[in-house]
Design a binder for this molecule. Sequence first.
Ligand code: AMP
Length: 195
Amino acid sequence: MAQEAEVPHVSTGDIFREALKRETELGKQAKKYMEAGRLVPDEIVVGIVRERLAEDDCRHGFILDGFPRTISQAEALESMLDEMGVALDAVIGLDVPEDVVVKRLTGRRVCRECGATFHVDFNPPKREGVCDRCGNTLIQRDDDREDTVRKRLRVHLKETACLARYYREKSLLRRVHGGGAIAEVTRRIREVLKG
Ligand code: AMP
């Protein structure tokens, strides 16, 4: 969708995974939280988003993925956007039953090199274990193991689920049924963004 809209896809999880791979200071700070399926502290996350949104390619818009995840992050985002003189167009809330989430995450495989994402059943690569895009090895994210996924779901319920109300009250929330095939869910998101 970011490609279609010609705006950057800003994923805080991707930024942390890249930092971890490069063993930067940020990566070292984030590592223990990510491995435990916990949230990285707000000050760290808000700092990296602020830096990312200040980059040139974000001047004509961006899609945020995985941020904000707490009310305090949402408030920080709001003041950041105010300073930049821009506003959110919409917030997509995907409704997916817990057992489906577990199946999707535990079956997810990602390319170690280029970050492309696959699923063993729902979006398998042409050759098992090999990235279609760059030919490198596919791995399972450490935090996609079932026990960590369940922990992440608990964290989501405790810290992130309340954001639905926060954005509903601002008339920005667009709830989308997230069940079914990737193409179907993508189509539903496109529809609500048009409407
Ligand atoms: P994701 O790829 O969005 O599932 O994020 C992977 C992990 O990175 C999360 O489980 C958190 O440990 C960390 N993370 C990513 N985004 C955030 C955020 N907005 N706030 C706190 N931690 C985050």
